[in-house]
Ligand binder design. Structure first.
Ligand code: NAD
Length: 364
């Protein structure tokens, strides 16, 4: 039976439309072999939405996203809109989308592809074989806790306050996403906190430990965040799936991303409790190369693979797209951002065509 999915496409700004066009072609190529039928609907976000509709996230866009099975987002932003007031910045559209869809879990894989090992700033023997995923809580913790602000004290001195707070239910729901993600990987979960100092972290550790009874097939370990940061650059291969709160996750996911050394290769997923997830590359709109057919579409294509795996439960289709990415790199195809001696530099479109060729070969 053919599975039907409605996908909202948000190409956004800069290189967004170029990398989105390649990705849609890839998704169309895999439909038939995997008994999938996508209905694509496009909507405006970011600077493109500001220009056309006067708001970075028009109501119509959020409505379309809500009424879909998954959302594919390319990138937003650009010089043109940088001086607008905060409520009209392209980034505000992105934050509005995340809160509007109640996306509380952010999944960021960091995989060292053997063909791109030399792009990492770490030694080959340290990063070779790294394949990890950071699951970050996205809507709680110190970025949202109350009270917050800068207040005058009795002595007249100002005091800045932020509050790190987590409810049991918030920890449980991100914990479940992380255990489920670990199940789709190598069944090892490392929970990162600061339970030696912070009460909120002790609660975090207690809840994650309690939750592990529901996932006896996943091996759970705990690390303090300072040690986790150290271990990520010392011996990253020990990690499979990492789960952590908003602040620690913000920092650790960037460290993990940089193990790979190439921003044009990094996908991400943001998931809610039940509605559609948003799947997007980690990089921005790269206005410096927009419209020049130089963008690397692979992070966007790999985001579509994450959509298939984590948003639509179509693991086989995801596997095929990821295998095609590896194949084109193996064939020596590179965009300028990841080029190295002896490889062939392709534009964004030509990279898409190379991927389509790899997919049609794997279908035979
Ligand atoms: P950026 O990620 O857009 O670019 C950083 C550098 O990496 C640039 O030199 C760019 O050319 C290169 N690069 C990025 N993606 C690439 C790709 N796919 N292929 C080849 N090269 C690539 O970050 P920035 O320059 O700091 O920001 C540019 C704009 O993007 C800003 O308006 C910023 O606010 C926005 N931004 C958006 C998002 C998002 O949409 N999620 C994330 C980060 C930045």
């Amino acid at each position: 039976m053919t599975q039907e999915y409605r996908i909202t496409l948000l190409p956004g700004d800069g290189i967004g439309p170029e990398i989105m066009a390649v990705t849609v072609e890839i998704l169309k190529t895999i439909e038939a072999q995997h008994h999938i039928n996508f209905t694509f609907q496009e909507a405006l976000i970011g600077g493109a939405a500001l220009d056309a509709a006067g708001h970075p996230l028009p109501d119509e866009t959020l409505e379309k996203c809500r009424n879909s099975d998954a959302v594919l987002l390319a990138a937003i932003g650009g010089y043109k809109w940088d001086t607008l007031p905060r409520n009209l910045r392209p980034e505000t559209g992105l934050l509005g989308l995340r809160s509007g869809l109640e996306l509380f879990a952010n999944l960021r894989p960091a995989t060292i592809l053997p063909q791109l090992i030399d792009a990492s700033s770490l030694k080959r023997e340290v990063v070779e074989g790294v394949d990890l995923m950071v699951v970050r809580e996205l809507t709680g913790g110190i970025y949202f806790g109350q009270p917050r602000g800068v207040f005058a004290t009795e002595s007249g001195e100002q005091r800045g306050v932020n509050t790190m707070a987590y409810r049991e239910s918030e920890i449980d729901r991100i914990g479940r996403v992380a255990f489920e993600a670990a199940r789709k990987r190598n069944r090892k979960l490392c929970s990162v906190d600061k339970a030696n100092v912070l009460e909120v972290s002790q609660l975090w550790r207690d809840r994650i430990t309690a939750l592990s009874a529901e996932y006896p097939d996943v091996e759970l370990t705990h690390l303090y965040v300072d040690n986790a940061a150290m271990q990520l650059v010392r011996a990253p291969k020990q990690f499979d799936t990492i789960v952590t709160g908003n602040l620690f996750g913000d920092i650790l996911s960037d460290i993990a991303a940089m193990l790979t050394g190439s921003i044009g290769m990094l996908p991400s997923a943001s998931l809610g409790a039940s509605g559609p997830g948003v799947f997007e590359p980690v990089h921005g709109s790269a206005p410096d190369i927009a419209g020049q057919d130089k963008a690397n579409p692979l992070a966007m294509v790999l985001s579509a693979a994450m959509m298939l795996r984590y948003g639509l439960n179509q693991a086989e289709a995801a596997d095929r797209i990821e295998a095609a990415v590896l194949q084109v790199l193996e064939n020596g195809c590179r965009t300028t951002d990841i080029q190295s001696p002896g490889t062939t530099v392709l534009g964004c479109q030509a990279m898409g065509e190379a991927l389509m060729k790899a997919l049609s070969v794997s279908a035979k």
